[in-house]
Design a protein around this ligand. Structure first.
Ligand SMILES: Cc1cc2nc3c(=O)[nH]c(=O)nc-3n(C[C@H](O)[C@H](O)[C@H](O)COP(=O)(O)OP(=O)(O)OC[C@H]3O[C@@H](n4cnc5c(N)ncnc54)[C@H](O)[C@@H]3O)c2cc1C
Length: 474
């Protein structure tokens, strides 16, 4: 049999159900279809590097990767026709855009003679598997997690050891250098310093985390100056690593005594699963709040505030450190993600979808499910979200989670010489302290763009307005 394997957010060889099955059935033509772009994002850089690596891996197994661009259904129809393929296999994805692509493919008349097979998505379990006693999708994480823990997670599949293809070079293939995935500005350089995308690097990253950090994960995970989390999100989002293989690798580390109590880490993997699960069952949530009263939220238009937030110039050092870390490295520590998101939504009253869009452009681990649910959690508009009245105080968060200011000093170096006692709120420092540290507020570092107490009161007023409102009510 001659099978096209459509690679998507699964840029790896291990635990790739579509590739594995195709390799067992006969010859394989692996293909990736580039999205049509208007601007280059940080995930495009990750994608470029992952494709480069995958191309090499596939060649070593005996087949090249074909790269095309445009509408997947059209491109795959032409490819199947021109290469006379018998079948087309792919792993499913659960987000609305990808599901529409899959429907188009399954309904395409020009593919009616091709055997199309969809395999499981990069999730621990089929999202239809877990339901409440009443047969409804779970809306509360605690119950979902409890139910997940009682399930057997399927074993990951091994990578194929060799591949053969009936097409050596498809004439329409696009050279990776012409993919349009590289940024015209010199932004990639700092991403390159921070990350090595690809399947092999994902295993190396996991190995380092397992050996050096997993046992102290729960103690260290909330402190941004400590490199205490796995930093696997980019690998999981691109599918360089399969979530099932990670789950089982953690369990193995537990059995081997390397990490006797890995539940706090597994719980975070379950949060990822819960985000995917919710996006699958409630596909409108990328655009609309899960709680309908939030449709009435009085968002503010604040272009200046938005620019200050994006540039890390809000006058709140922890917020600024996070936003600068994001621009430089394509990531932000989870604790600080919550703080910067909360600042945009609650201190500036800027619509979470605007923040989510900025994260889509700048995160290397951008993941539509995790990002959407992360923002809705912070806004309070998710089902199992932070209550709306929980308004992070960025200064208190800073004092608690970056006590000696190591994280702030790294990303906001103009505050480096301030003593710890004033680092978290430079605007409260006496004139002489500022002068000694070379800080000129409003010049070398901004004054706070909003006053915390006033912003908090304004946010609570805004939330009071929507309390009790439902969709359609005014
Ligand atoms: C506003 C906001 C936006 C976010 N956007 C994204 C995003 O686009 N992509 C993304 O992968 N994560 C996102 N997260 C979740 C979380 O911040 C990152 O997954 C985490 O910081 C990645 O670092 P790590 O791999 O070292 O995580 P670790 O702490 O080592 O966790 C291991 C893995 O578990 C998953 N995970 C951890 N925390 C969460 C969480 N709260 N929700 C869902 N999954 C989680 C991730 O896949 C992560 O790689 C967002 C969180 C917030 C508050």
């Amino acid at each position: 049999m001659k099978t096209i394997v459509w690679f998507r957010n699964d840029l790896r060889l291990h635990d790739h159900p579509a590739l594995k099955k195709a390799s067992e059935c006969g010859e394989v033509l692996p293909v990736f279809i580039l999205p049509d772009h208007t601007s280059v994002t940080a995930t495009d850089w990750w994608l470029y590097e992952s494709l480069k690596f995958l191309q090499q891996q596939l060649l070593e197994l005996g087949t090249p990767l074909t790269i095309l661009k445009g509408n997947p259904s059209k491109r795959l129809s032409i490819l199947a026709l021109e290469t006379q393929a018998d079948s087309l296999f792919f792993n499913g994805q659960i987000d609305p855009v990808s599901r529409k692509q899959e429907m188009d493919l399954l309904e395409s008349e020009s593919l009616s003679k091709v055997d199309i097979q969809r395999f499981e998505p990069n999730m621990l379990l089929d999202p239809n598997r877990l339901k409440t006693g009443a047969g409804q999708p779970y809306k509360v994480f605690g119950a979902f997690w409890k139910s997940l823990q009682q399930q057997t997670i399927p074993w990951p599949l091994a990578a194929p050891t060799s591949l053969t293809s009936w097409i050596q070079v498809y004439p329409g293939t696009i050279p990776l250098e012409q993919s349009g995935l590289r940024s015209p500005i010199d932004w990639d350089a700092s991403l390159e310093e921070a990350w090595t995308p690809g399947e092999t690097a994902s295993f190396e990253q996991w190995g380092t985390f397992r050996d050096k950090k997993l046992t102290r994960y729960d103690t260290n995970r909330d402190f941004p100056a400590i490199n205490g989390t796995s930093r696997l999100s980019g690998y999981l989002a691109s599918g360089n690593m399969s979530i099932r293989s990670l789950w089982h690798a953690v369990r193995r580390a537990q059995e081997e005594g390397i990490a006797p109590q890995p539940e706090p880490f597994l719980r975070q993997l379950a949060w990822r699963e819960f985000s995917y699960y919710q996006l699958f069952h409630f596909p409108h949530i990328t655009e609309r709040p899960l709680r309908s009263e939030f449709l009435h939220f009085p968002w503010r238009d604040d272009p200046e505030g938005l620019i200050a937030w994006k540039k890390g110039k809000t006058g709140y050092p922890l917020v600024d450190a996070g936003m600068r870390e994001l621009w430089e490295t394509g990531t932000i520590h989870n604790r600080v993600r919550m703080v910067v998101a909360s600042f945009l939504i609650k201190h500036l009253l800027i619509d979470w979808r605007i923040g989510s869009e900025w994260f889509r452009e700048t995160l290397v681990d951008y993941d539509v499910a995790n990002n959407t649910l992360g923002w809705q959690w912070v806004a309070g508009s998710g089902f199992d979200a932070a209550p709306y009245f929980r308004i992070f105080n960025p200064t208190m968060q800073s004092k608690k989670f970056d006590k000696n200011g190591a994280y702030i000093r790294r990303w906001v170096p103009e505050l480096d010489a301030l003593p710890d006692s004033f680092l978290h709120e430079p605007h409260r420092a006496p004139e002489e302290t500022l002068a000694e540290a070379g800080v000129v507020l409003g010049d070398t570092y901004p004054l706070p763009i909003v006053d915390h107490a006033a912003a908090r009161a304004r946010a609570l007023e805004a939330y009071a307005l929507i309390k009790g409102k439902k969709e359609g009510s005014t």
